[in-house]
Ligand binder design. Structure first.
Ligand SMILES: Nc1ncnc2c1ncn2[C@@H]1O[C@H](COP(=O)(O)OP(=O)(O)OP(=O)(O)O)[C@@H](O)[C@H]1O
Ligand SMILES: [Mg+2]
Length: 378
């Protein structure tokens, strides 16, 4: 550590006095104690110096030509950059020190001349200590208010989450309950076909509810688990995803093209889930008369990798491009295109946890491109 740094840490003091002799005495007393001292011989110099580089404390003579100490203090207190700097007034014994005025304009203490070294040092040290504690308190308050904001945000998210979860889980549960009651009531008199119908409905609704719960759990796992970041070759992840989707790809007669993909710093499970969701959507949201054609590519742009998953599917109307990333936002009903509406909300969470962005560009009826970015690993 340099000598200068030690001095700067102890305190940076501005002395304002029109008498050179006073300035010298104070300067040497304070410098000997390791303070960094600056001097000003009048009010305008003091204001200029204090706004250019705000000191930790100002020692301010009251009786000065042109601008007296009260006025300098008032000006310091009215400038946002200097308003919090403590000011100790200096006054000669024979001056008429208007103490009330000194405190009213924002002074925090006063010292009378001729100076007593001990007294100066104690008063200076006290004020610097108070200032230091004030700063600490401000920093802690700031930190607390940031934490508070974060807490409010996550509480709101949780509230909304709880609402949509209960809302969407309720519907299949009502169906299950309804049919179960019916079967129970009609038990003796029921015909074979009524029983089969009811049971089929129960199985369908339970399966949907199970899917909803699985997807919700996958979504909440993204936020709950710590990211396990490691260098991941996206080509390997993609090969795995395509292998897992083999049956879907064959059934839909989809063609999947891809460029060579980069290696990125990511959580492998989450990256897999992200690509899987986007490719699944690209295959699923395709009109019956077309075979899905999906292209996956990536290119470097500045400090990030820009990935694209493009399809030739049904497209998305411009008005809906933002809301599909919200939980349970689906543009079609379940019988038309099955799904729970959690996939893209999960993708968004995964991308944002990796420090990237995700968005969509689409031509309605023709096809869609989902883009996401991942910061380039160093
Ligand atoms: N490639 C796409 N082409 C057209 N529409 C899409 C595409 N991807 C998503 N969408 C629209 O956005 C909605 C939300 O997508 P998301 O993946 O979150 O839900 P989902 O696929 O319906 O259900 P799941 O939770 O099973 O993924 C979809 O229901 C669909 O309307
Ligand atoms: Mg989906």
């Amino acid at each position: 550590m340099h000598k200068g740094e030690v001095i700067a840490e102890k305190g940076n003091i501005l002395i304002v006095d029109d008498k050179l002799a006073n300035l010298k005495v104070l300067e040497s007393t304070l410098e000997q104690q390791g303070y960094r001292v600056r001097k000003a011989i009048n009010g305008s110099m003091a204001l200029m110096g204090a706004t250019a580089e705000p000191p930790d404390l100002v020692l301010l003579d009251i009786k000065m030509p042109d601008m007296d100490g009260y006025e300098v203090c008032q000006k310091l207190k009215s400038h946002p950059k200097t308003t919090e700097i403590p000011v100790i007034f200096l006054s000669a014994l024979d001056d008429v020190l208007d103490k009330v005025r000194a405190f009213n304009v924002g002074g925090i203490d006063y010292i009378t001349k001729p100076f007593q070294t001990e007294e100066i040092l104690v008063r200076v040290q006290n004020q610097l200590q108070i200032r230091h504690l004030q700063r600490q308190l401000q920093a802690q308050n700031q930190h607390l208010s940031e934490l508070n904001q974060e807490l409010t945000r996550s509480n709101q998210e949780l509230e909304q989450f709880a609402y949509v979860v209960s809302h969407d889980l309720k519907q299949p549960l009502q169906v299950i309950l309804g049919f179960a009651k019916l079967l129970h009531k009609d038990h003796q008199a029921s015909s074979e076909s009524k029983l089969t119908q009811g049971l089929a409905q129960i199985v369908k609704s339970s399966t949907r509810m199970q899917q909803l719960i699985d997807d919700l759990l996958a979504y909440s796992r993204v936020g709950a688990k710590n990211l396990e970041l490691q260098l991941i070759d996206c080509n390997i992840v993609l090969t795995q995803v395509l292998e897992d989707l083999q049956v879907t790809i064959q059934d839909s007669q989809a063609t999947i093209d891809y460029d060579s993909l980069p290696t990125v710093l990511a959580d492998e499970t989450q990256l897999t889930e992200l690509l899987q969701n986007l490719i699944c959507n690209a295959i699923k949201f395709c009109p019956q008369e077309r075979s899905p054609h999906v292209k996956i590519s990536a290119q470097q742009q500045d400090r990030e990798w820009l990935f694209e998953v493009r399809d030739n599917g049904i497209g998305i109307a411009p008005d809906n491009c933002d809301r599909i990333f919200q939980m349970f936002q689906r543009l079609h009903n379940h019988s038309e295109y099955p799904g729970t509406g959690i996939g893209l909300a999960t993708c968004k969470k995964i991308v944002e946890r990796h420090g990237g962005r995700i968005w969509v560009e689409s031509e309605f009826g023709k096809g869609t491109s989902f883009y996401f970015t991942i910061p380039v690993s160093i």
